[in-house]
Design a protein. Sequence first.
Length: 226
Amino acid sequence: MDTNTKPISVLLVDDHTLFRSGIRSLLQRNADFTVVGEAADGVEGIKRAKQLRPDVVLLDLNMPGMSGLETLQLILQDCPDTAVILLTVSEEAQDLTAALQAGARGYLIKNIDADYLVRAIRRAAAGEPVLAEAMTTKLVAHMQGGASKPVPASDIDRLTPREREILACLARGESNKVIARTLDVAESTVKIHVQNILKKLNLASRVQAAVYAVEHGMAGVGEKAV
């Protein structure tokens, strides 16, 4: 790690002490991470997030008392720039969908390997969505299994052809770097388009934009734009 680069600060929120200890030990072996705090329940997690303003929160979905989903929503109210990753045993598509719609940056299953988790935290801190590979397939299947919502013309008409194209890329889980390479544009240009998409559709994150696109049958959009 570049010595001039600030480590990624991480808050752990999970009711299992042994699990938190294992994650802390894992992250402390990497110089670009610093675990700034822990919490055993949602109420304490919200308090610690507000105090510490971490870059990333690793949050369990199922905890006694306040649920992970409610905790997620309240953390993002106070810390909208924090990347919250749900780290859970639940592989239910409805849990994944609810978490993404609430603003989670990622959704990972607790049985993932250590290297994958480390890479995922780095990506989330950099602004990219992170999903367990198996959950990406379940998300698409879950969305396609229900009736597609009609897309309000007033919403879609706000998007340029290029923005629709990029929205489809987001639905496929592509990073800004991949989108830029595919469309032969600068990565900074992609970031601007993504910001415009979020503003026009009144969405809080690129993950919500991806869910929106899949829900509205836009994942396959591939219009050529200039």
